[in-house]
Ligand binder design. Structure first.
Ligand code: UT7
Length: 340
C-alpha cells in the first residue's frame, strides 16, 4: 500500500515500576518454584506497581522518555494513541490524562484496546494518520498494569505478568518511510481463552449482586493460548514480509511480544532466525502485555543490540484473540544515549 507521506520512528521510551518481584518472592505466595517458572517461561523477575503508581503514571514516564529521545517539543504532537487493557478509569481515557501531563497542548488523544497486540494496532493507526498527511507527529504508548487484575492465589497466571509502559514517537518524513508494512488479525471465537470478565457493562446489571472477586481476575487457558501463539507468530511475520516485499532473511531483528521465552524460541526456529537476532527481556519484566513490544524495542536499542540501520519485525499476540506484526526500519541517530 502506498501512502503519500512516510513515517519515521524518531523516539523510543519505556518505564517500569521500581518494585522487583522475583520468582523466589512468588514461592512464598503460591505453590510454585523458581525452577518451574524459569524453565517454562524464561521469567526470572517482574516489576509490580506500588501504591500511587498507575497505568497513567508509567505511561507518562515512557512518553517523556520517547519525546526526549527524539528531541522534540511536546507541543508539536498531533495525536496520542494509548494501547491498554488496564486503564485507570473507563473514562477519561489514559491518552487524555497523558496529554494533559506532558505538555502536548495541541494533541488529540484516544485509547485503543487490542490486549497484547495493542501497540501493533496503534502503529498501524498512526501510520494511516501520518501517511495520509492528516498528522505530522504521533505518539503511541503501550501500557498495562495487570497486577491489579491478577488472582495472587492462582499460580497459573500470577507468575506470568508484570507492569510496564513503552512509547514510540513517529514523525512524518519526506525522505524516508520506516514502517514498511503492518498486518492485523483478530479471531473473536477464541475470546474466552484469555479474559478479564465482568468489568464492563456485562456485569453488574440491574438486579444482580456485585461480582465476586474471582470474576474480576484475569483468566487464561495457558495451553490453548500457547498453541495459538506458536502458529500466529510465524504466520504474522511471514505475512508482513510479503506485504513489505522483503524476505524473512532480510530481517535483522525479531522483537516479539514477551509472553514466554519458549514461544519466542519456537517462532524464531520456525522462521530460521538466529538467537542473536531475538530481542528479549521477558526474564526481567515478565509479560507486560501492550507494553512488552515497545519496551523490548527500547531495551534492544539502548543496550546497543539494535544498531541503525536495522530492519525489525515487531510481532504481537494475545486477548481477543488478536495478533499482528509490523516491519519497521530503525534509522534514527541517537539524539541522547540514555541508559535503559
Ligand atoms: O500475553 C498473553 C498471551 N499469553 C501467553 O502467551 C501464555 C501462553 N501460555 C504459556 O506460556 C504456557 O502455557 C504457560 C507458561 C502458561 C504454562 O506452561 P505449560 O508448559 O503450558 O504448562 P501447563 O499449563 O501444561 O501445566 C503443566 C503443569 C500443570 O500441572 P499438572 O496438571 O501437569 O500436574 C500445572 O498445574 O504445571 C502446573 N503449573 C505450575 N506448576 C508450578 C501451572 N502453573 C504453575 C506454576 N508453578 N506457576
Amino acid at each position: 500500500m502506498n501512502l503519500p507521506f512516510g513515517a519515521k520512528l524518531t523516539g523510543v521510551g519505556g518505564a517500569v515500576p521500581a518494585q522487583v518481584v522475583t520468582n523466589a518472592d512468588l514461592e512464598k505466595l503460591v505453590d510454585t518454584s523458581d525452577e518451574w517458572i524459569t524453565t517454562r517461561t524464561g521469567i526470572r523477575e517482574r516489576r509490580i506497581v506500588t501504591q500511587g503508581e498507575t497505568a497513567t503514571s508509567l505511561a507518562i514516564e515512557a512518553a517523556k522518555q520517547a519525546i526526549s529521545y527524539a528531541g522534540v517539543d511536546p507541543s508539536i504532537i498531533d495525536l496520542i494513541i494509548v494501547a491498554t487493557s488496564t486503564p485507570d478509569n473507563l473514562y477519561p481515557s489514559t491518552a487524555c490524562m497523558i496529554q494533559a501531563s506532558i505538555g502536548a497542548s495541541h494533541s488529540a488523544a484516544f485509547d485503543l484496546e487490542a490486549a497484547c497486540t495493542g501497540i501493533i494496532y496503534a502503529l498501524a493507526v498512526a501510520q494511516q494518520f501520518i501517511g495520509s498527511g492528516t498528522y505530522k507527529t504521533v505518539l503511541i504508548i503501550g501500557v498495562d498494569v495487570h497486577s491489579r487484575f491478577l488472582n495472587w492465589e492462582d499460580r497459573n497466571t500470577c507468575v506470568l505478568f508484570g507492569d510496564g509502559a513503552g512509547a514510540l514517537l513517529l514523525q512524518a518524513s519526506e525522505e524516508e518511510n520506516n514502517i514498511l508494512a503492518t498486518y492485523l488479525r483478530a479471531d473473536g471465537t477464541g475470546g474466552h481463552l484469555l479474559q478479564i470478565p465482568n468489568l464492563g457493562t456485562n456485569y453488574p446489571h440491574a438486579g444482580s449482586t456485585p461480582p465476586k472477586a474471582m470474576h474480576r481476575f484475569l483468566h487464561m487457558n495457558g495451553r490453548a493460548v500457547y498453541g495459538f501463539a506458536i502458529n500466529a507468530v510465524p504466520e504474522a511475520v511471514r505475512a508482513a514480509c510479503v506485504k513489505a516485499g522483503i524476505a524473512v532473511e532480510d530481517i535483522d531483528f525479531l522483537v516479539p511480544h514477551q509472553a514466554n521465552r519458549r514461544i519466542i524460541n519456537a517462532a524464531a526456529e520456525r522462521l530460521g532466525l538466529r538467537q542473536e537476532q531475538i530481542v528479549c527481556n521477558v526474564d526481567q519484566y515478565g509479560n507486560t502485555s501492550a507494553a512488552s513490544i515497545p519496551l523490548a524495542l527500547r531495551d534492544g536499542i539502548m543496550r546497543g543490540q539494535i544498531k541503525p540501520p536495522a530492519t525489525c519485525v515487531l510481532v504481537g499476540f494475545g486477548g481477543g484473540l488478536t495478533w499482528g506484526s509490523a516491519i519497521i526500519r530503525w534509522t534514527a541517530c541517537n539524539h541522547k544515549k540514555e541508559k535503559a
